[in-house]
Each structure stands twice: as structure tokens, then as C-alpha cells.
Design a protein around this ligand. Structure first.
Ligand code: GCU
Length: 632
């Protein structure tokens, strides 16, 4: 293979990296004469955004793009197709402008909700100088089109507050340079109370001129060192993090103050809408956490500066296995938006249980918000409903750590790969993405279908033995793995199931409940409000019903709970029975890794089944109509 890059000058660090990448992958120098090459990269201002791959003849491919980062992405696309030996003319344009991974890494090396070992960036309040690993990671992210990364936890603890100080910025720059070569902009999570924490001021009031000046000086310092710095990610007035509420200011005032400090440098503020009352009294049936984001932010639509983007979790509660789509989407008209997902498997199995999340994301992204004619799918919201599409897109909490295979369970790599792919093209199906990942990861295997079968059913399996009918949060408090049905029932977090001897679920209707359903566009409101049209998988999210309530498939709620929990365990047993077919084909380390995790998954599934079935049998007194073993 002979490569040529036009223009043949490499002042741009991304272009230089492209040259290095080609030389690394093909162990060959670029040729100096265009006609001798069979792969030619051309900067062409008319091809924007994305890139164009043109097959000239059997021998020659040309990749054109306006931006050097897109040429690099075109190169990775070329590699993918080389492996699949499938070349056709193709114009690739990303669905989303921002395609971001958020790290919840702490400076001490721990990772909030991390399940794959310690941080790849930090240890013991210092930067881990393992830049080789970071480079491999940057390559992986770039290969699927990720273009933003946040380097630290949104909960900004003591030491992390000082990541924006001269003491640490030199090392941040080091990381920013590595990511920068791969076309990825670095952002930092900042603490809203930084001016106070630094010991410089007595207030962090966004309307105070000294505070504004403080942030301006800080921004200037950062950009002097890191000219392509992305900006700030902010969790404010959320779960104990400081924010503008302390000064009687709103989120727009808080976000805009930071945004104005970054604006001269073209930086952005990504401001999270995960704001709710985290000190709720379980006795209080009027407050509804699901309502919170909409109640806090809808009235602020149009009040945010152009370089502010709201980062909104895909659902109203918290990355549950099953919850509806956040009603702010489609309703907001004058605010930049990012949809937030969680690749790290906090509520979805801790990377112990296999859970191929693309199934969930595909469904969520194709949800019709009913705010458009003939439709407005969630996937199209960031680019069509944001005043500055360039500052809008998707983000996800990442799932890598220092484990040798990056993600703890080897198969969880597919979620990171897949997130990048759907961020680029939300119409790629979970099957297509999985096929790509399997091909790239394992090559040709005789029993590839076994892995496919397991992974493609894994999301439904996890839902079956954990959360029935959209109920959510019956997990062990704090760590969120394994069952604890009443674990949150009398707690302050606003996540209740209200099970009693007659039934369960949260009444969120306008008629008799919290009125949350009214936050949706008319058609969705009507669908969710009415018991007969509410989709079964979300029934208990929207309604409190009797155990004998009959679902659309003719089963009662209680029988559905029993059936799914028995079936979920059987599925995991099936996976364990299938897996040995791969023993001779996979590297022993990968084979064992998944086997070991499957064994742990089975234990988890059995525990869920038995606790759930016993609990609801004791509550309802209604036996299983198939007389299976329930520990009464
Ligand atoms: C969840 C998670 C927290 C995290 C929070 C957030 O509640 O359990 O660890 O800090 O989300 O998204 O900010």
C-alpha cells in the first residue's frame, strides 16, 4: 500500500499525526509523488463536514475532507473497510457536532462509577505519566469519531478544583496535546465555588464583578497554555455541588458568567441539567424527581449564551435500564443541547453482567418526541433544536480504566466503540455495530454467532431479571449493583416504587398523580397518561397499578414479574452453556475473562430472581401460575 497526503506539508499537528499513523500501521514511508500512491488524502474545502471516500479504480482510493481531523477519521474508516475488504464511494457526515466522552476520574486515581480498574490519567493526586496508554486511548476514540473529552469527574473534589491552577495546567496541556493530535478537544470539570476554594474571594456569586474577573483571568491563563482547550463542564446545584442558587441566581446566570470568560477564546460551557431535590422526604408524595430537570430549565429556554450547552441525561431519572426519554428534548427551542448517556455500567451491570447497551441507545435515539411534523426523533434534536448546532451533540460517561483489556469485561469494549459509532451515525443498527466491533476485535471466528447471540439479547436479559416494567432503582444503595428492593424506599433521593399488598408503581399522571406526564408533547402526554395506551415496559414508571392489572400481552403484572425473573436467569444459564464453544477460538485470556464474568452474572441474576419473586409473592400472596420455586 502506498500513501500520499496533499498538501505535502505537515505544520498541522493532526496532519502530522495522520502521517505517523499511516507509517505505524503500514510500516512504510509516504510516497512523494501522487501518481505512485494508491491511497491519496486531499484537503478539499468543499467537503465539509466529514469526508468523502472515492474509489477511482481497483488500485486507487482518494479520501477528501475540508479539515485535517476529518482526513484522519477517513483514514480509520479506510482501515475498517480494508479489514472488511469493502470499498465503495461514500460520503460520511457526522450526525452530531459534539461527540464526547466524560471521565468521572478523580485525581487520587479512583473513578466514580468505574468498573475497569483505576484511572488511566491519575494516581495519588498526581498525573500518571503513562502517555503511551493515553495515546492508544486517544487513537481508539478518534477512530470512532469522538472529538471532545472531559478529563475529570463532574463532582469536583478538593484537589481537582486546582486542575485549573498553574500547578497542574502544564500536565493538562500534555494530555491536551496528545488528544489534540487526534482531533479531540480537552475539557475540565470545574467547581463553581472555585474563587472561594482557591482562597481568593469570599463569594462565587455570578453577578459579582470580582467573580467574573476571577474567571476571566483563569480562562486567560488556561488558553495561554492550551490554545485549543475545549472549555468547562459543570455540575452545579446538584447532589451537593455548589452553584448559583446559593446567591439567589439561576442556572442561566451561572452558566453565562463562565461562558463569557471563555468566549474570547472560543471555549464552551457544558452545563448539566441533572438538578433535583436530593433531600426529599419519602413521606412527601407531591415532589417528583422525574419533573425536576424540566421544572428547573424549561423556563430558562433562550436565556443561555451561544457558547453554553445544556447536557441533559437521556431520561428524567438517572441512566436507568428502562426509563422514558427526558421531556425537555423537543420542548427546548432556543438552547444548545447535548444528550447524555452512560457507557460505564452503573445501573446496568457494573461490567460484570454482559449488557450490550446499543440496543437501549438505538431505541432511545429513535424515540419520537412528537414536537415535529411529521416527527422529531430524539437523534435529530441536538442539531435541529439548538441555536448553535456546532455546540450541540451527544456525550457519555466513559467506561475505561487501567485493566489490561480496558473495560474489565472484554465485551464491554463494544459499548464504548458503539457509542462513538452512533454519535456519528444514529441509524447504524446495534447488529451492524456489533458486527464491526467483533470483526475488528476477534477477526474471523467460526462461532462468531455465539457471541452475537449473547450480546444482542443481553440488554433485554438484564432488564428481565432486574427492573420490571420501568420501575427502576431497586438496586443496592450507593453501589447500585444487585437487588435491594426497599434500599431506596425510605431514603432522600426521590426514587420510590410504592409497593404495597395491592400493587406498585409511581402515579405520574395529571389526573391523580404528580403531573409529570404533562411535560411531554400532547401526543406523548396522552399516550402515557392513559393506562390503556401506556407502553407496558414503562407502565410502573407512569402508573400505580394492582398486581392483577392485565398487560397488553394478557399477563398480569405479578405473573410478568415472576416470568421475566425466571426467564432472565435461564438466559444467563444459556449464555454459560454456549460460551465453551469459543474456547478453542479465543485467546485464553479473553475466553476466561468472559467466562468468569458470566459466572458472576449468574449469581447476580439468581439473587435478583429470588429476592424479587419472594418479595412480590409475600406482598401480593398470589402464587406463580407455573408453580416454580419461590422462597415464600
Ligand atoms: C448518578 C451517580 C453519581 C453521579 C451522578 C451525576 O447519580 O450515581 O455517582 O455523580 O449520577 O450524574 O452527576
Amino acid at each position: 500500500m502506498r500513501f500520499y497526503i496533499k498538501p505535502n506539508i505537515f505544520e498541522d499537528s493532526i496532519l502530522l499525526n495522520l502521517k505517523n499513523e499511516i507509517e505505524t500501521f503500514f510500516q512504510a514511508k509516504l510516497v512523494t509523488v501522487e501518481s505512485e500512491a494508491n491511497v491519496v488524502f486531499v484537503l478539499d474545502k468543499s467537503i465539509y463536514p466529514g469526508y468523502l471516500v472515492k474509489k477511482m479504480n481497483q488500485e486507487k482510493v482518494i479520501i477528501l475532507a475540508a479539515e485535517t481531523v476529518s482526513l484522519l477519521q477517513g483514514f480509520y474508516y479506510y482501515l475498517l473497510n480494508l479489514i472488511n475488504n469493502d470499498f465503495n464511494d461514500v460520503r460520511q457526515t457526522p450526525n452530531q457536532a459534539i461527540r464526547m466522552i466524560d471521565h468521572w476520574d478523580n485525581f487520587d486515581g479512583t473513578i466514580e462509577r468505574g468498573y475497569a480498574g483505576r484511572s488511566i490519567f491519575y494516581e495519588n493526586n498526581q498525573f500518571l505519566d503513562d502517555y503511551n496508554r493515553v495515546k492508544m486511548y486517544a487513537r481508539m476514540l478518534a477512530s470512532v469519531g469522538i472529538n471532545y473529552i472531559a478529563l475529570n469527574n463532574v463532582n469536583v473534589h478538593h484537589e481537582e478544583t486546582f486542575l485549573i491552577s498553574a500547578k497542574h495546567l502544564a500536565k493538562v496541556k500534555f494530555l491536551a496535546d496528545i488528544f489534540g493530535k487526534f482531533g479531540i478537544k480537552v475539557m475540565l470539570s470545574v467547581n463553581f465555588a472555585s474563587p472561594i476554594r482557591f482562597g481568593d474571594l469570599k463569594t462565587a456569586d455570578p453577578l459579582d464583578e470580582q467573580v467574573q474577573q476571577w474567571w476571566q483571568t483563569r480562562a486567560n491563563l488556561i488558553y495561554d497554555l492550551i490554545p485549543d482547550f475545549g472549555g468547562f463542564l459543570v455540575k452545579a446545584d446538584s447532589e451537593g455541588e455548589p452553584g448559583p442558587f446559593a446567591y439567589g441566581r439561576d442556572h442561566a446566570q451561572g452558566a453565562n458568567m463562565l461562558a463569557r470568560a471563555l468566549a474570547p477564546h472560543h471555549g464552551i460551557v457544558i452545563w448539566r441539567t441533572f438538578v433535583y431535590n436530593a433531600h426529599q422526604d419519602w413521606r412527601d408524595r407531591t415532589t417528583d424527581r422525574a419533573r425536576a430537570a424540566y421544572d428547573n430549565f424549561m423556563a430558562l429556554d433562550g436565556k443561555f449564551d451561544d457558547n453554553v450547552t445544556l447536557q441533559i441525561k437521556f431520561g428524567p431519572i438517572d441512566f436507568q435500564t428502562r426509563e422514558p426519554v427526558q421531556p425537555l428534548f423537543g420542548a427546548l427551542e432556543k438552547t444548545n443541547q447535548i444528550i447524555e448517556f452512560q457507557v460505564t455500567q452503573e445501573y446496568t451491570g457494573h461490567q460484570i453482567d454482559i449488557n450490550y447497551l446499543l440496543q437501549q441507545w438505538y431505541e432511545v435515539l429513535h424515540f419520537d418526541t412528537k414536537h415535529g411534523q411529521p416527527e422529531l426523533l430524539l437523534k435529530d434534536v441536538p442539531q435541529t433544536k439548538s441555536p448553535v448546532p456546532q455546540n450541540s451533540g451527544v456525550a457519555a460517561v466513559g467506561n475505561v480504566g487501567r485493566d489490561d483489556n480496558w473495560t474489565g469485561n472484554k465485551l464491554a469494549q463494544a459499548n464504548l466503540y458503539g457509542f462513538g459509532r452512533i454519535a456519528w451515525d444514529a441509524d447504524l443498527t446495534p447488529e451492524q455495530i456489533l458486527s464491526e466491533w467483533l470483526q475488528l476485535t476477534f477477526g474471523k471466528l467460526e462461532h462468531l454467532d455465539v457471541i452475537k447471540e449473547i450480546m444482542l439479547s443481553s440488554n433485554a436479559t438484564y432488564e428481565a431479571y432486574t427492573a420490571p416494567l420501568g420501575v427502576g432503582f431497586m438496586v443496592t444503595p450507593q453501589n447500585h449493583y444487585g437487588p435491594s428492593i426497599d434500599g431506596y424506599e425510605f431514603d432522600r433521593w426521590g426514587t420510590y416504587h410504592f409497593a404495597d399488598r395491592n400493587g406498585l408503581g409511581v402515579d405520574r399522571t395529571v389526573k391523580t398523580g404528580t403531573g409529570y406526564t404533562r411535560q411531554y408533547a400532547d401526543a406523548n402526554y396522552a399516550k402515557y397518561e392513559d393506562l390503556t395506551t401506556c407502553p407496558d415496559e414503562l407502565l410502573l414508571f407512569f402508573h400505580h397499578v394492582d398486581y392483577t392489572h392485565v398487560l397488553h400481552d394478557g399477563k398480569t403484572v405479578i405473573q410478568h414479574i415472576y416470568d421475566t425473573h425466571f426467564e432472565g436467569v435461564e438466559k444467563v444459564k444459556q449464555y454459560l452453556a454456549l460460551w465453551p464453544q469459543l474456547e478453542d477460538e479465543l485467546a485464553p485470556i479473553d475466553y476466561q475473562n468472559v467466562l468468569e464474568h458470566l459466572n458472576r452474572q449468574l449469581k447476580n441474576a439468581v439473587e435478583w430472581r429470588d429476592q424479587m419473586n419472594t418479595f412480590f409473592y409475600r406482598m401480593s400472596g398470589i402464587p406463580d401460575n407455573q408453580e416454580r420455586k419461590i422462597y415464600a
